[in-house]
Design a protein around this ligand. Structure first.
Ligand SMILES: [Zn+2]
Length: 278
């Protein structure tokens, strides 16, 4: 009897589910509809090109429906994030009016699915004793506190190739806290998994219950973290002392947000960045 990994029941047939949400592979498809997916490999440096994102028998149809509501919302927000052109590395903005419960559960479900997956690309994510509390929170639609399985999002610059790349998760440390990270959709996703992560400056890293989502800029060329990831290393990151966050944009799911204007202060100059569509 096959159990659903989320609700732990065998009441319904188990579906062949995407481990990472299917839309995250969308920008990776080139003109031949073939994605570029990087896997650090056991010794690092391995590079796999796959035909499509991996699937696995994980969820019953009821749990797929449960998670798809968060996924749809996550995709809506990601598609409306402005392109932070002209921003210096490690500066960024806060996006306002993001639904805390839906977006947080979307990011938490990516982490959880990576952990329960037996696919080789996700082998680096082993949550151990943190896996069961995360499963319960997702099953009960409880987003928890911002620092509980919090996800920090960095928009990648210098990404001519990387827009099309999904890099499967590796381990990382953020100020001494255990974490995991991956790249997809032109973003660097960093999760912190630690019982004392509340000591982090979480409102500058993670979505807040008030709906403010910090987005920072990372340069592929300048980031030791990203370069280390490309070499398949376990990497350590320290947030900048001055977060350099600038201004606020809105991600309210209404027509106005589609052309949201961001007013930001960069180096003493007021600049406008128009929300881009991906
Ligand atoms: Zn289920």
């Amino acid at each position: 009897m096959e159990l659903c990994r989320l609700c732990l029941t065998a009441d319904m047939p188990i579906r062949n589910s995407h481990i990472f949400s299917e839309f995250l592979y969308g920008p990776s498809y080139d003109e031949k509809h073939r994605g570029l997916y990087l896997d650090p490999g056991p010794g690092g440096g391995g590079r796999d090109i796959l035909q499509k994102g991996p699937r696995e028998r994980l969820l019953c149809s009821s749990c797929e429906t449960h998670l798809s509501a968060f996924e749809r919302y996550g995709a809506t927000i990601l598609r409306r994030l402005p392109i932070l052109e002209g921003y210096h590395a490690n500066t960024g903005i806060w996006i306002s009016d993001v639904d805390y419960t839906k977006f947080k559960l979307f990011t938490m479900s990516l982490l959880w699915r990576a952990s329960v997956s037996r696919e080789v690309m996700f082998r680096k994510v082993q949550l151990g004793p943190d896996e069961e509390p995360l499963r319960r929170m997702i099953a009960l639609a409880n987003p928890g506190e911002p620092w509980e399985y919090g996800c920090a999002l960095n928009q990648l610059q210098d990404i001519d190739d990387f827009k099309r790349v999904v890099m499967f998760p590796g381990e990382m440390k953020l100020e001494g806290h255990k974490g995991f990270h991956f790249m997809a959709w032109g973003y660097h996703w960093r999760f912190v998994v630690s019982s004392h992560a509340s000591s982090l400056p979480y409102d500058e890293l993670f979505l807040t219950p008030e709906g403010k989502l910090p987005i920072r800029v990372s340069s592929i060329k300048a980031s030791d973290l990203v370069q280390g990831m490309l070499r398949g290393e376990r990497v350590v990151e320290k947030p900048a002392a001055n977060p350099g966050m600038q201004g606020t944009a809105t991600a309210a799911p209404d027509a106005q947000a589609r052309s949201a204007s961001v007013t930001s202060r960069i180096g003493g100059v007021i600049a406008d960045a128009t929300a881009g569509q991906r």
